[in-house]
Design a protein around this ligand. Structure first.
Ligand code: ZN
Length: 420
């Protein structure tokens, strides 16, 4: 068995909790007479990965390991507990090293099964010994566990804790931590907030009756429900454009945001941080609003968002389930989905048509869905399959949708040749 450096990959919050736990183990061990010290050290590292929606995300993890100082009693440092075990061809040793001692630093060739160099005996039934080193001379000595108190001359029995035992205690603790949420970089959070606020309008956390941009960002980054996955698929294609915008927003705010007060200070602290905890997401998301206030873009966007909200508030479910209906309106969303249906990979198109107080949503593999574009005025006929609320909007889900007619777009009408 090996006692090579134990490494955990933890979230920053788990790492902090593990360090706290280690401090408690130290305090308790010191009360029992342990003179060593255990330390959990960590190096933060950024992980950039692509999620199933194709979106790049950056989060921070901590590579943690146990180190510290070996216990020392009357000038003798305890390098390792040496347990000898019988094997087919004689014996072998299990080393349990002390904190701060690398197993590679222990010379196994010096070990003898069942040996105690204090009483100068070798007994085959002596299984537990310690390897100790003189702090001044560097001399190493193997001492039986029953002789160790006499050997060191320490009042009370020397206490030894190995890295293995400590890591076991810490691992139990880590296992009991509530599932650590990843912590994302401000850039990832702001890119998500930017894309989401372009798609659904900016909704402040104080808004009632509508899901705030902050909550949608949380759903987007952490959510696992069906609705969350739909949101993730809607937003993901907009992230590549949003990422450079997020970088520009951060740079502009760090450079130009001024003003007194906790809000400004806290926001700037979060924007400079390599990663942000879940509970600080709200303030990072608000960078969008702070940026727009700073650049004066708020008024126009507010008017657009209000107009869109006003239109969406008038939307009601249409038809009864199973009823055939016709919807006249504008294609507001068009997005291909690749999926597996049975054994056949297949791409379907999500189409949302809004108009006349109706929002119709449909998935279709029909050719017409690839021939229309967002913004087209269309008439669609289909059968009502379901009524679903999506982000506060009453959507009517259609099956077997057919394109009845498509009005020429303004641009196409201008380009069309005239007969007269
Ligand atoms: Zn002895």
């Amino acid at each position: 068995m090996s006692t090579e450096t134990i490494t955990w990959v933890l979230t920053p919050a788990e790492f902090a909790a593990t360090q706290e736990r280690a401090a408690k183990i130290n305090t308790r061990a010191a009360k029992r007479g342990f003179t060593g010290r255990l330390e959990v050290t960590g190096v933060p590292r950024e992980v950039t990965e692509t999620d199933e929606a194709g979106l790049p995300r950056t989060r921070t993890v901590v590579d943690a390991r146990i180190t510290g100082e070996a216990p020392s009693y009357n000038g003798w440092s305890f390098l390792a507990a040496v347990d000898s075990i019988e094997t087919a061809d004689g014996h072998d040793f299990i080393l349990r090293t002390a904190p701060g001692i690398e197993e590679s630093g222990v010379d196994r060739s010096q070990l003898v099964a069942g040996r105690c160099q204090h009483c100068n005996t070798i007994r085959t039934n002596r299984r537990y010994t310690y390897l100790v080193r003189n702090d001044e001379t560097g001399q190493t000595v193997q001492v039986g566990s029953t002789c160790i108190k006499d050997f060191t001359g320490w009042q009370g029995k020397p206490i030894f804790l190995s890295v293995d035992e400590i890591s076991e205690q810490l691992e139990d603790h880590i296992g009991g931590l509530s599932a650590g949420r990843p912590e994302y970089s401000p850039e990832t959070i702001i890119a998500a907030a930017w894309a989401i606020s372009r798609l659904f309008g900016w909704v402040p956390a104080s808004a009632t009756g509508r899901t705030s941009t902050r909550d949608l960002v949380v759903s987007y980054l952490f959510g696992t429900s069906r609705g969350d996955r739909e949101l993730q698929r809607d937003v993901a294609p907009h992230i590549p454009d949003a990422a450079p915008t997020a970088r520009a927003i951060i740079a502009a705010l760090l450079e130009g945001l001024d003003g007194a007060g906790d809000y400004v200070t806290n926001l700037l602290v979060c924007l400079r941080a390599p990663h942000v905890e879940h509970r600080h997401f709200g303030i990072v998301v608000s960078a969008i609003a702070a940026y727009e206030r700073m650049t004066g873009a708020t008024a126009q966007r507010k008017a657009e968002a209000e107009e869109r909200a006003r239109q969406q508030a008038q939307i009601r479910y249409a038809g009864n389930k199973g009823e055939k209906i016709t919807v006249t309106g504008t294609i507001t969303r068009l997005m291909p989905f690749s999926g597996s249906y049975g054994y056949t990979p297949k791409t379907t198109m999500l189409v949302i048509v809004e108009g006349a107080g109706i929002a119709a949503k449909m998935f279709t593999a029909a050719n017409w869905a690839w021939e229309v574009t967002q913004g087209d005025q269309v008439v669609i006929a289909g059968t009502v399959k379901d009524h679903e609320e999506y982000n506060g909007v009453q959507q009517t889900v259609l099956t077997r949708p057919k394109l009845v007619s498509k009005a020429p777009t303004a641009a196409a009408a201008q380009d069309a040749p005239t007969d007269d």
